[in-house]
Ligand binder design. Structure first.
Ligand code: GCU
Length: 672
């Protein structure tokens, strides 16, 4: 079952010196405390010992690992460990007593669990553990996976099999996967999971299902993972109780309060609800002439007594305003800044359209200082080649998190908005739409795991370098040999730019085929709503290509802070990666390299294809470091990726060429 263990495959340690050193600590552990989380720590350490093959090595020397919350540590150690500023989840790993003792501490059992995973991560990478002084604390509070899993076990935009939640057999049958899922998430610091699709089914709120949800919550609890559900706004009607879902109606309020009471009586640490309302045909408050605030705050009131939260999504666009879909969420939400209840997070996708290979950051991140905004990334590759393409997404996430919003002067990156530093937000969160399914390795593509892993690491620390994440994952998963880690890190980092190049270079977006979003479809122009058609986004004609979002066009650019607006209002000063996102330009437009726009578009597509060829060549060299089956599987998938990169290039260039009427530049082959 290659890949099932994810990043918790504690592989045999070959180097005998390293092995002896590590074993001396793991074979002499004092674990202080008594709870299901402490038991989980004990189990994990046992698994590690078995995997690393420490079982038979002597507990030589005086080395010792002590794990306990600060207030429970032996008094000789207490004064040396300071956990005061670590909150509930932070931990320290410290070498003491002439480095003979390693102490993992924190203020809660879950912190100890995170610390234990932290130490094991060091060992999995074969790092030196002789003088540890690690202090870690998550920068974002709610670090949540969003499963777009339906009750019939299909997964919307899921490409790794069916839903791992086996509703039919729950609550009686507890699959081992549930615990392994919890372990894997806790190991990277994820502390919440929304079990159901944003396009939700009201049935999940009935006692029949709550019993099943409760069973999962019980498996996850020792691992510090809270369970959340999606709430269908029209549930009071659909479940047959009321004839309205008006958020200001007293019966409706009472109905949701009852639901909350029922859920919390079964699941006392239930996290709350995620809501997609008035978006893509989903019910919401608009039908009753109410606002997002009315809807969100009504639900917030129902869960507030239990410290629950509402994650209210800002992924909204309507056909009544066909001018520019990119502007709509901002227009709908900005007037309500500061009006949401304290336990509401507004959950915003990273860009204003929809999880494209590249989008500028969503302008809402720079414009709602008084509202806690939650980042929504997509881990599943809806628009990036599903689970057949190798694309390392932490590079994409990092790019978004690093972008300066200027919302609080210079150096106000998206990360600071999300982690609350910018306007001192009390509630913070980040969500990732999961890429998990029933495939034996959870994610289909063996490298899809890296995206789940990387999301978790960035959720814990949104300032982490994606390169460090790549290295960490590669070492843990395969090998820490330099000849493997170096080229493979480069491959992962470059894989993101490759997909941008062969799908949507220079700011192009949403030109994928209809509905499934797999493969190219820039020619589609006949769908029911204008903003569903790719032609709406690229606007190619004989005069040029691109979406004018400056003041001469839709003026979406004015939703950004002044320094961005000024810089991007002219094509000359717009970063070329966003050029056609903001400008409609002539095919002959001369770019920085002196070549025409048309030539540059063509060359980018070609570069994307060549990058995949390079990925293949690198991978071929990696055979000695990888197990045979994963090697073969990835090789075959890269073959698909290459074929499809060419498909993208040829399809897009032949389509656009009918407008540009220009020859392909040297080095770009004629489409077959
Ligand atoms: C995209 C995706 C849908 C999903 C929606 C959402 O449009 O294609 O499947 O429901 O995003 O995020 O709500």
């Amino acid at each position: 079952q290659e890949g099932y263990e994810l990043w918790l495959d504690y592989k045999k340690i070959q180097d005998t010196t390293v092995k002896k050193k590590y074993a001396s600590f793991l074979n002499n552990i004092e674990l202080i405390g008594n709870s299901s989380t402490i038991q989980a720590i004990k189990d994990e350490l046992q698994l590690a010992r078995t995997g690393f093959e420490f079982e038979n090595s002597d507990p030589s020397g005086n080395s010792k690992l002590i794990i306990g919350i600060q207030s429970n540590l032996p008094s000789s150690l207490k004064s040396q460990i300071d956990t005061e500023n670590l909150g509930n989840e932070g931990y320290t790993i410290t070498s003491l007593n002439n480095k003979e003792t390693i102490v993992i501490s924190g203020n809660s059992d879950v912190a100890l669990l995170y610390g234990t995973f932290g130490l094991l991560r060091e060992m999995q990478q074969k790092n030196d553990i002789s003088n540890l002084n690690i202090e870690e604390k998550p920068k974002i509070q709610k670090r949540v996976l969003n499963h777009w899993d339906n009750l019939d076990r299909t997964v919307e935009r899921g490409y790794a099999g069916f839903s791992i939640w086996d509703w039919h057999l729950l609550p009686e049958l507890i699959k081992p996967e549930y615990k392994d899922y919890a372990r894997a998430n806790a190991a990277i610091g994820i502390n919440g999971t929304v079990l159901t699709n944003v396009n939700s089914n009201a049935l999940i709120l009935t006692p029949h299902y709550i019993e099943k949800v409760k069973a999962l919550a019980e498996v996850f609890r020792p691992y510090g993972i809270q369970v959340y559900l999606t709430a269908r706004f029209s549930a009071p009607i659909e479940l047959g109780d009321l004839d309205t879902a008006d958020p200001l109606d007293e019966d409706v309020k009472k109905w949701w309060k009852n639901i909350a009471d029922e859920i919390y009586s079964e699941i006392p640490d239930f996290g709350g609800f995620l809501v997609k309302a008035d978006s893509e045909g989903q019910p919401g408050p608009f039908q009753y002439d109410r606002t997002h605030v009315d809807g969100a705050n009504m639900l917030a009131e129902a869960v507030a007594p239990y410290d629950g939260i509402i994650m209210w999504r800002a992924f909204v666009y309507s056909e009544e305003d066909p001018d520019d879909r990119a502007k709509q969420a901002y227009d709908q939400f900005i007037p309500y800044d500061g009006k949401f209840a304290d336990n509401v997070l507004v959950q915003v996708k990273n860009g204003a359209i929809d999880f494209q290979p590249r989008e500028p950051f969503h302008p809402m991140f720079g414009a709602m200082p008084d509202t806690p905004l939650m980042m929504e990334f997509q881990i599943t590759q809806e628009y990036l080649g599903f689970s057949s393409h190798l694309v390392f997404l932490p590079k994409l996430y990092e790019e978004v998190l690093d972008e300066d919003t200027f919302s609080d002067g210079e150096n106000s990156p998206v990360a600071k908005v999300i982690d609350g530093t910018n306007s001192n937000k009390k509630l913070t969160g980040i969500a990732g739409v999961a890429n998990i399914g029933t495939e034996k390795n959870w994610t289909g593509h063996p490298f899809g795991q890296a995206n789940w892993y990387g999301f978790g690491r960035l959720a814990w620390d949104p300032y982490m370098d994606s390169k460090d994440i790549a290295k960490e994952w590669l070492k843990i998963n395969f090998s820490n040999e330099e000849n493997f880690v170096k080229p493979m890190t480069d491959l992962l980092i470059e894989s993101r730019e490759a997909v941008v190049n062969y799908m949507t270079p220079l700011g192009l977006h949403h030109i994928m085929a209809t509905s499934h979003h797999y493969g190219p479809g820039p020619w589609v122009d006949d769908l029911g709503r204008p903003e569903w058609n790719p032609v709406y986004y690229h606007k190619a004609d004989k005069n040029g290509i691109g979406f004018d979002r400056t003041s001469s066009g839709s003026d979406a650019l004015s939703q950004y802070a002044k320094p961005i607006e000024e810089k991007y209002s002219s094509p000359e000063t717009t970063p070329e990666k966003y050029l056609l996102w903001f400008h409609h330009l002539a095919w002959e437009y001369e770019m920085k390299n002196g070549k025409t726009l048309w030539d540059n578009i063509a060359l980018h597509y070609q570069t994307g294809v060549e990058q995949v060829e390079e990925m293949q060549a690198t991978w071929e060299e990696m055979e000695p470091y990888v197990n045979e089956r994963e090697f073969e599987k990835t090789s075959m998938l890269l073959e698909i990726q290459l074929k499809e990169a060419k498909w993208w290039r040829d399809a897009c260039l032949s389509y656009f060429q009918q407008f540009s009427n220009m020859e392909l530049p040297e080095g770009v082959p004629e489409p077959e």
